[in-house]
Design a protein around this ligand. Structure first.
Ligand SMILES: C[S@@+](CC[C@H](N)C(=O)[O-])C[C@H]1O[C@@H](n2cnc3c(N)ncnc32)[C@H](O)[C@@H]1O
Length: 222
């Protein structure tokens, strides 16, 4: 298990990686994990197969939830501070696991090199979610899957109004996280949705409550 420094041969990507955000991340999510998020992670990741790439891996909260029969896990996390909290030893025993410092918009991997790409609570934060989804599609092998679990823009109504008003202060508080992104539409623009479920991120502030989770496969590009 090792940390690999990816070469920076791409345009700069803004990543907000505050010391405080990284230090408090797990504690801030703790109640939500207890209230169901940990179970959602485990259920989602039960669908992971073969070689797995996780984008925006954060502090590595998904690691203990991966199945034990994977070929390898690569965690891509551009934030040095967030990534500094990852304990690769929490991966399932016997599954080779590496950490790469790379943004989701410019993945340092060949086309068709993974069976599964995982994105949990990431497309809200990346600078360019369309490019991140296109990169996920590029690195997936034919038949490969994106597994996603994301908080998203609410349906029209009070919650969406609150999201719009709170989007900027929330992004300032939560290291660039946008609470008002239509992430399902972003995925659908480049991939075919296989399954999607809608629910709530329990134990968290109302503006990040609508959650979606499911899987998608790359749609052929013309
Ligand atoms: C809300 S955290 C989610 C962490 C983790 N995936 C989880 O489920 O707990 C968002 C993560 O996205 C990372 N991030 C920010 N910009 C990114 C980018 N351009 N590409 C990939 N990850 C990015 C942040 O460093 C942070 O770790």
């Amino acid at each position: 298990m090792q940390t690999i420094e990816a070469p920076h041969t791409h345009p700069p990507v803004e990543v907000i990686d505050s010391r405080l955000g990284a230090a408090l991340y797990d504690r801030f999510l703790w109640f939500g994990e207890k209230r169901g998020m940990a179970r959602l992670r485990r259920d989602l990741l039960a669908g992971a197969r073969g070689a797995v790439l996780e984008i925006g891996a954060g502090t590595g909260l998904n690691l203990p939830h991966y199945p034990a029969d994977l070929d390898r896990i690569v965690l891509a996390e551009p934030g040095e501070r967030m990534g500094g909290h990852i304990d690769l030893g929490r991966a399932p025993a016997g599954v080779p696991t590496d950490l790469v410092r790379a943004p989701a918009e410019y993945l340092p991997f060949a086309d068709a090199s993974f069976d599964t790409v995982v994105s949990t609570l990431v497309l809200c934060t990346v600078a360019d979610p369309r490019r991140a989804v296109a990169e996920a599609a590029r690195v997936l092998r034919p038949g490969g899957r994106l597994l996603f679990l994301e908080h998203v823009r609410a349906d029209p109504g009070l919650r969406r109004t609150l999201q719009r008003r709170a989007a900027r202060p929330w992004a300032g508080f939560a290291d660039g996280c946008r609470c008002d992104r239509d992430t399902l539409a972003t995925i659908e623009a480049r991939m075919r949705i296989e399954s999607v479920e809608h629910g709530a991120w329990r134990g968290m502030p109302g503006i990040v409550k609508p959650l979606i989770w499911g899987s998608a496969t790359p749609a052929p590009t013309s």
